[in-house]
Write a protein that binds this ligand. Structure first.
Ligand code: UDP
Ligand code: MG
Length: 317
């Protein structure tokens, strides 16, 4: 049997109204690329009819595969499950809410054919997302870029094509807190991008709540940089020097100048300032400890409930 040329990985969480449209557009695009493709849906614990819709699509086309996870594990883990079980020379990761236009896959693929291992889709415009989301994303990626020691693409999500080489490298990275766009950037290889306009979501609403976004943002930083730890230890150092000088001054003014400053204000300010810095620093350390904790437990990343492929072992491709 000939190997698949291209595999499409699609994480799905409550997207039943988008799936048919997505599938139709994918099939049209793939027709212009190759007959040897697979489409792999990963149902991430949807509570609507997404899974029955996926099964219905899979009945009509044997190149449509699915993995039904036992509950909602989150977008990054759903994509990781897809990466572990896809089987093709190159693989595209695409959202199922039609924010990433399937037609762009043709452009991603032609860059791959030019010899690139990673072709990410860079958002030139983002429609239908709040000002706050766009602003925080913009600031966050610039902050991340400034503290990691490798090139991280700005304004790109997970919509991208990666070669088999990259997938094998990704699945050899054992961390439990996934931040795939960072991991792929960290890997290196020949990377390029194509520009696109990110549409607004067709149906439904974003499952990325601010708390999930914060989680992802923290994973991005703690997974790829120790700078926050260095920052708090330096901050501690600077504040200790400052406090030490203040102590000398207090003792001096009490015993030598014989003037004791009476002041509730100065006391309360310094106590809350130091208290705040301490909590912040403990919080930063806590983020790193929590990563260690999750990784030490070494649980499986996700549990499969049902699938029409063999998911019993991760295979080297
Ligand atoms: N998704 C998922 N699990 C989740 C949340 C989202 O598989 O827990 C999928 C979702 O169906 C979509 C993609 O991940 O295909 C991106 O999610 P969403 O559109 O909510 O994120 P946004 O585009 O707002 O960043
Ligand atoms: Mg979306």
């Amino acid at each position: 049997m000939q190997d698949n040329e291209i595999s499409i990985i699609i994480p799905v969480y409550n997207e039943c109204n988008n799936l048919q449209d997505l599938y139709d557009r994918l099939i049209k695009t793939l027709a212009g690329i190759t007959d040897y493709y697979e489409i792999l849906f990963i149902n991430d614990g949807s509570t609507d009819d997404s899974m029955s819709k996926i099964r219905a699509i899979a009945e009509t086309n044997q190149k449509v595969l699915f993995i039904d996870l036992s509950r909602n594990f989150g977008h990054q883990i759903a994509v990781s499950a897809g990466l572990e079980h896809c089987n093709a020379n190159c693989t595209v990761i695409i959202d199922s809410d039609l924010q990433d236009p399937p037609e762009l896959i043709a452009d991603l693929y032609s860059k791959y054919k030019e010899g690139f291992d990673v072709v990410y889709a860079k958002r030139e415009k983002r429609k239908g997302e709040s000002f706050l989301k766009k602003l925080t994303a913009k600031l966050y990626y610039r902050l991340l870029k400034s503290i990691v020691s490798f090139e991280i693409p700005l304004d790109a999500g997970d919509f991208r094509l990666v070669s088999k080489k990259v997938i094998n490298a990704i699945i050899s990275m054992p961390e439990q807190n996934k931040f795939l766009r960072g991991q792929i950037a960290w890997l290196g290889f020949k990377q390029t991008h194509v520009l696109y306009h990110r549409d607004s979501r067709k149906y439904g609403k974003s499952a990325y709540t601010y708390s999930k976004m914060f989680r992802l943002a923290f994973d991005g930083i703690t997974g790829f940089s120790d700078k926050p730890l260095l920052f708090v230890s330096r901050l501690g150092f600077v504040i200790s020097i400052f406090s030490f000088l203040l102590i000398i001054f207090a003792v001096f003014s009490h015993y030598v100048l014989e003037q004791t400053i009476t002041g509730w204000t100065s006391l309360i300010i310094s106590a809350s300032f130091i208290g705040g810095i301490q909590l912040l620093s403990i919080g930063v350390i806590g983020e790193y400890i929590s990563r260690i904790n999750v990784n030490v437990k070494n649980r499986p990343l996700y549990i499969v409930d049902a699938s029409n492929i063999d998911t019993s072992e991760k295979k080297e491709k």
